[in-house]
Each structure stands twice: as structure tokens, then as C-alpha cells.
Ligand binder design. Structure first.
Ligand code: CU
Length: 283
């Protein structure tokens, strides 16, 4: 068996991950100021809220229009509003009731941050001060880190381990056969064992997400395929690890049947990742 298709596949997966990181890092603040009309529009375009800062009066309506190619949310840091998914071409609006500075962000792309300065009417003079305050908060948010506590934070983190360990195991076995190195086969065994151990947690976090408050955001058709493919892969990973153990125990390299099945599992994992990406980044 030649390694080049696997290498190509891994290159594509790495390139995709690198591109997604760049996309999520991209999108910084833009300074602007809205008018004092009763309805205000924030345009979401190219991973930005535009204007990033807007002054409104309490009781005004703010509408978010998504003119981007990705789905986004407008979610207040203080929980006072949450749009849910705004698909490309759609919009969402809400009445802002509370005065003060409301920082908000996109739950899918936490680097997308913006704020509303909500005046009660008598506070117009403090406009500049509010903007300065909002900017400070925005920068604090982009640099701050808090332990992941909700499933929509935990699942994407665990996914990385699942996504890395299985292809790593297969690649190690293939390279082990090419170079005749037992140490590579040992690496393949441990990688598949870790993959089988961590993937149930990845799937559990996914199910937890589905039954959490954010479930309404998830597109039904995609999540159905994603959840069952994910649950099936938990079982498949455990079977693969048990199968792989039989080779490890005898210090032999796995045969074509095992490698073929592992390759199918890797391809399913790539498809699974693309479904997850579709839900997070839109189409
Ligand atoms: Cu977004």
C-alpha cells in the first residue's frame, strides 16, 4: 500500500484547519458610530459587525443583517440578547431595553466582537467615555481566556484529539510498514487506544450540546447525520482499537484488511468534520 493518498489527505486536512484558524483570527474591530434613529442596522460582512460600536437609545430596535457567506450570531456578553443562528442573507432584530454598554460577539466566531452604547437619553454627554469603555472591554475579551464549561466550547476542543489521533495511528502503521520500524507500529497502537478512549467524551459533549440551550441553532438535517455518524464512530474506534491490540500483542504489523478499515474510518471522520464545519461556519 502506498502512503501518498494518505499524505495527500492529511495535507488537505491540515491545510483546511490552518485556513479555518486564519479565518477565525481574522476579523478585528472597526470603529463607527450609529445615528440616533429608532431602528439601527448592523451589517455583518466579512466576519465583522459593521459598525462595531453603535450608540442607541434604550427602547430602540437594533437589526443585524447578515450579508456574509457564513452564519453568525449576535450574542450579548451579559446574556441580554442572543440572536441564534442568522443565516447568510437573513436578519434578526431586537429591542434594546437596558441602558449601559452591551458588548456582544458571535458565538461561532468569538473574535467577532462589537458593542452597543445604550443611552437612557440623559447620557448623551458621556458618549465618548462610553466608546472608550467599550473599546477596553472588547480588547479585554479578545485576550481573556476562561475554562471551557459549556458543550459548545468543550465539543470543538475534544474533536481535535479525535480528529488527530486516528489519522496519526493509520499513518504510523503505514510508515511502519514502509520503513519496517516496530516503534512506528507501537505509536500506531497507542494513538488508536487514545482515540478510542477520548472519542466517547467527544460524542458525549456533542450530545450534551444537542440537548443544551443552543440546540435550536443547529440545522436539523445536518445534526442528525452528524450525531449518528459520531456515535457510530465511537463504536468503530473501540472495535479498531481491539483489533489493533491483536497485532500489538503479537508484535506484528497490521494487514491490509485492518488498514483498509482504518482508512474508511479516517474518510468518515473527514466527512464528519466537514458536517461539523458546515454547522459552525455555514456553507
Ligand atoms: Cu460569526
Amino acid at each position: 500500500m502506498r502512503a501518498s493518498p494518505i499524505r495527500t489527505l492529511l495535507w488537505r486536512v491540515s491545510a483546511t484547519l490552518a485556513a479555518l484558524s486564519i479565518i477565525s483570527i481574522y476579523g478585528t474591530a472597526h470603529t463607527g458610530c450609529g445615528s440616533a434613529a429608532a431602528t439601527h442596522t448592523v451589517v455583518i460582512k466579512q466576519m465583522r459587525f459593521n459598525p462595531a460600536q453603535m450608540t442607541v437609545n434604550a427602547g430602540d430596535t437594533v437589526e443585524w443583517k447578515n450579508e456574509d457567506i457564513f452564519a453568525h450570531t449576535a450574542t450579548a456578553n451579559d446574556g441580554s440578547f442572543d440572536s441564534g443562528l442568522i443565516q447568510p442573507g437573513q436578519s434578526w432584530k431586537t429591542v434594546i431595553k437596558k441602558a449601559g454598554t452591551i458588548a456582544y460577539y458571535c458565538r461561532l466566531h468569538p473574535n467577532m466582537t462589537a458593542s452597543l452604547s445604550v443611552s437612557s437619553g440623559a447620557e448623551q454627554g458621556t458618549h465618548a467615555a462610553m466608546h472608550a469603555g467599550a473599546a477596553g472591554e472588547r480588547h479585554a475579551r479578545s485576550l481573556s481566556w476562561a475554562p471551557p464549561i459549556s458543550p459548545h466550547q468543550i465539543h470543538p476542543i475534544l474533536v481535535n484529539f479525535t480528529a488527530a489521533l486516528l489519522p496519526l495511528s493509520l499513518l504510523s502503521d503505514i510508515l511502519g510498514r514502509i520503513f519496517g520500524r516496530q516503534s512506528l507500529h507501537n505509536a500506531a497502537w497507542w494513538a488508536i487506544l487514545y482515540a478510542a478512549a477520548i472519542t466517547p467524551f467527544t460524542a458525549a459533549a456533542g450530545w450534551w450540546w444537542k440537548y443544551s440551550e443552543h440546540a435550536t441553532d443547529l440545522p436539523a438535517r445536518v445534526i442528525t447525520v452528524h450525531q449518528w455518524l459520531g456515535t457510530t464512530s465511537v463504536v468503530v474506534f473501540i472495535i479498531l482499537a481491539a483489533w489493533r491490540w491483536r497485532f500489538h500483542r503479537r508484535d506484528t504489523s497490521p494487514g491490509a484488511a485492518y488498514l483498509g478499515c482504518a482508512l474508511v474510518a479516517v474518510l468518515a471522520l473527514v466527512y464528519q468534520g466537514s458536517l461539523g464545519g458546515t454547522m459552525v461556519f455555514g456553507r
